[in-house]
Design a protein around this ligand. Structure first.
Ligand SMILES: N[C@@H](CCC[C@H](N)C(=O)O)C(=O)O
Length: 367
């Protein structure tokens, strides 16, 4: 699969920055969700060997603004050997979104996903997400491949991006919600009037064997404040599944006052991810408590490494903080890419996550 591509940029911040270097003449752009979208098209010849997608695209840049087509007509294109996609991000956790509504087989294989996600030789992303037909009466199904090609059950930032993508595919605006079948069961995102997406993430799973973890559980089967030996230190961990597994830590038995910026994440993260106590590997969240309603976390994701944000991770962090008596049920969680609002409702035991999801660019690659 040679990655040569055309990308089409909307007016989101990163694109604007890109545009600024692309053209001395300021061009006005509108949001992809407004009535008259205008796009800058940057093209690289199809079939061209393009070792670096972005530089190659920029070096053969041509500007077509405004382009006649809308995002809808762009995504309507159906060449069999070309993948049309939209890249989105939720707080810098970025995904290649694929319109897969016409088939229940992902249009991209795990191996192709690895290549597409590569930040030097591909488009660059933390994962590839497929909008697929719903099952059992749900509106849609979401499937996702991590950047290492593995398939997780759920993705919190990804499902906010998926909701925006579906709204764009359906050409709908304003407040709306969708029922989405995922590997974690039914998830319900709702696009708010302010453009943010509030997601009913369902209930957390605490039973050790379901997380899954082999750490010895407490009497109620949960693993809360357990000891996990990693890299010569005894870490205190709480294990939570949001459909996908999370190991949350506020520090070691020596120090509960974790300064998350000081962590060497790429060194310690993989040691948690592949720890023998986590048979399905694990995502790991390192957390610092500013106040009972304000937490800060860094994450090492299973199958994706250090990312700028993790929605399911932020949910797991608030559950763990409540169980460890460190925080209230509603918190702002700061991630490297920005804040998420998380609430673990006492009423229905569901977790509600609110945050942004934005288009980065539109593109096409030969498969
Ligand atoms: N970034 C995601 C989580 C994606 C899946 C994760 N890497 C896993 O393998 O479980 C999120 O926002 O939740």
């Amino acid at each position: 699969m040679a990655i040569a591509a055309a990308i089409t940029l909307p007016l989101t911040t990163p694109s604007r920055r890109f545009l600024a270097s692309a053209s001395a003449n300021p061009i006005r752009f509108s949001s992809p969700l407004t009535a008259q979208p205008k796009y800058l098209k940057i093209a690289a010849g199809r079939g061209t060997q393009c070792p670096n997608f972005r530089i190659c695209a920029a070096s053969s840049m041509r500007i077509e603004a405004p382009e006649k087509g809308s995002p809808d007509s762009f995504l309507d294109r159906k060449e069999s050997d070309i993948l049309h996609f939209v890249k989105y991000h939720g707080l810098g956790n970025d995904f290649i979104l694929v319109d897969n509504r016409d088939t229940t087989e992902p249009k991209v294989s795990p191996d192709q996903a690895v290549k597409l996600c590569d930040r030097n030789f591909g488009i660059g992303a933390d994962g590839v997400i497929f909008a697929m037909p719903g099952v059992n009466g749900t509106d849609y199904t979401m499937r996702i491949f991590n950047s290492d090609g593995s398939e997780p059950e759920m993705c919190g930032n990804g499902i906010r991006c998926l909701a925006k993508f579906i709204a764009e595919l359906e050409n709908s605006r304003g407040k709306q919600s969708f029922t989405i079948h995922t590997g974690a069961g039914l998830i319900v995102p709702e696009i708010q009037e302010d453009g943010k997406v509030r997601v009913d993430m369902g209930e957390p799973i605490l039973k050790a064997t379901d997380v899954p973890t082999k750490l010895p559980p407490n009497k109620d089967q949960s693993v809360v404040k357990a000891r996990l030996d990693v890299d010569g230190s005894a870490w205190n961990v709480t294990c939570v599944s949001m459909g996908n597994p999370h190991c949350v830590t506020f520090g070691t038995s020596q120090s509960q006052d974790l300064q998350v910026d000081e962590l060497n994440l790429s060194d310690i993260g993989p040691k948690f991810e592949h720890h023998v106590m986590f048979p399905a590997r694990t995502n790991t969240e390192f957390v610092q408590v500013f106040s009972p309603t304000h937490l800060k976390m860094r994450v090492w994701e299973r199958g994706a490494g250090a990312t700028l944000a993790c929605g399911t991770g932020a949910c797991a962090v608030v559950v763990a903080a409540v169980l460890e008596d460190r925080a209230a049920r509603r918190c702002t969680v700061d991630l490297p890419g920005g804040p998420l609002d998380i609430e673990w409702s006492e009423k229905d035991n569901h977790i509600y996550m609110t945050g942004p999801a934005e288009v980065v660019f539109y593109g096409s690659v030969p498969l």
